[in-house]
Design a protein around this ligand. Structure first.
Ligand code: SF4
Length: 446
């Protein structure tokens, strides 16, 4: 029987901005607060607790957060008992300032303080306001990675590290996520065994720079060794990871693609630019040629590998020639997908001091050229799969209710006619048609 503290009789509305790390943190927040009797709901009007999990990687993030908080302020006017919490990178960055600027907020917690949420929420239930935005050091890292809650899906994300030591000149992550901390390997494996028991077949390992996992702590496995241990967990059929820093991509990791069939044929390897001058100003720690040599090694180790990446357009000082080098890099790599952004100045970063003379319209025009090229390349790449047989891990029913969907090892989404009993299975699907972001197939019966 449920006792008073575990009864699910309070409503939590959770809004998440930004990256997969944040989505993963939100799942953890929901899991932690379930222990306090909060169940997640879809309608903020019915909430007893609203949490905004924020991201500050892009510009105007703070303004966006205050804009959303305005809506919750109106809800609080109607329901004086509503608790409002703000977490994530903007909370880390703003701290006490958030409570001063938005006094109707009750709790502010940073990226390293999820484990303090139960006591903060309990205090807020008794009318106390609190802010916790301290970073945790290596000695305390046990608290930093609360395990994920229960999952009903066949795929799951597992955080293996937090923070970053790279200080790329444009990036706010080291300031809001803190310095790099690797999670204990035994905790990671325990979580993955538990997920496997719940029916998870595919694990995506998450971290700002997974390639440097374990390198700074004596006795920890390095990243390729960790992948090997995870691939050995019974029931786990596929392992993915994101994100990789090109400078830390080791030949040992490349070798994993040749040796470990459970490691998926996909690598997200953000180049950010194809110009050496821009890469140096970004403080990325590699040249265009060094990046391309690594891409080449990956393609040799796993010929069907799908490479995806990130590009920043309009970095301060980027000339037309620099930009054209980025376009030519895209063609040389042949990205399956590309996440591209216009450069935005972030406070505290080195690049915020750089002279930026390009107008927004000029940057926008470059981004449009890049999108046009990438759209053509992505469609061409997807069309190259037509007629091939792909192993697809079936994840569930597609939005078109009569179809099922899953992903190939190379992370291409495929829809096909099937049945519910296939969920969790890797089935052979023949690709019959290609769109830019989707493949259509039919189950191979033979
Ligand atoms: S590697 Fe660079 S871009 Fe990536 S999180 Fe670290 S500082 Fe930011």
């Amino acid at each position: 029987m449920l006792n008073e503290t575990t009864k699910q009789d309070k409503n939590l509305f959770l809004e998440t901005f930004g990256c997969q790390m944040n989505v993963n943190d939100s799942e953890k927040i929901a899991g932690i607060l379930k222990g306090l009797g909060y169940r997640t709901i879809e309608n903020p009007e019915e909430a007893d607790l609203v949490i905004l999990n924020t991201c500050s990687v892009r510009a105007r993030a703070e303004r966006k957060v205050y804009g959303h908080l305005g809506r919750y302020k109106a809800l609080k006017k109607r329901n004086g008992r509503l608790i409002i919490g703000v977490g994530g990178c903007v909370a880390q960055q703003e701290g006490e300032r958030l409570l001063q600027n938005a006094p109707f907020v009750d709790i502010v917690f940073g990226t390293h303080n999820l484990h303090l949420l139960p006591e903060m929420v309990r205090a807020a239930e008794s009318g106390e306001k609190r802010t916790e935005v301290s970073f945790i050091d290596n000695e305390q890292r046990l608290d930093l990675f609360p395990p994920a809650g229960e999952t009903a899906g066949v795929t799951a994300f597992v955080t293996i590290m937090q923070g970053c030591d790279n200080f790329c000149s444009y990036c706010i992550v080291p300031y809001v996520r803190g310095r790099e901390i690797s999670r204990r390997p035994e905790e990671i494996l325990e979580e993955i065994r538990r997920l496997s028991d719940q029916g998870v077949r595919e694990i995506t390992l998450l971290g700002q720079n997974v390639n440097s996992y374990g390198l700074k702590i004596a006795g920890y496995p390095n990243f390729p060794e960790l992948i090997q241990k995870i691939a050995d967990v019974s029931g786990i059929e596929r392992v993915r990871f994101t994100t990789s820093h090109p400078k830390d991509l080791s030949s040992e990791l490349v070798e994993c693609f040749a040796q470990l069939p459970k490691l998926c044929s996909h690598m997200h390897l953000p180049a950010q630019s194809g110009s050496d001058a821009v890469l140096a100003a970004m403080r990325r720690g590699y040249t265009r040629d060094e990046y391309l040599v690594k891409v080449d090694a990956l393609k040799k180790a796993r010929p069907d590998i799908q490479i995806t990446g990130d590009i920043i357009v309009g970095f301060p000082g980027e000339s037309e020639d620099d930009f054209e080098q980025t376009l030519s890099l895209m063609q040389e790599v042949g990205y399956a997908d590309l996440f591209s952004f216009i450069y935005s100045k972030r406070p505290e970063t080195k690049a915020a001091e750089f002279q930026d003379s390009m107008t927004y319209e000029e940057k926008h025009a470059r981004l449009a050229r890049l999108h046009a090229l990438q759209s053509d390349m992505a469609l061409e790449r997807n069309e190259s799969f037509v007629g091939t047989l792909q192993g697809v891990l079936v994840e569930g029913r597609s939005r078109r209710g009569d179809q099922w969907y899953g992903r190939t090892s190379g992370n291409r989404i495929v829809t096909f006619a099937g049945e519910g009993s296939l969920v969790g299975e890797i089935v052979d699907v023949r690709i019959i048609r290609a769109h830019q972001t989707l493949l259509l197939g039919e189950l191979n019966q033979g």
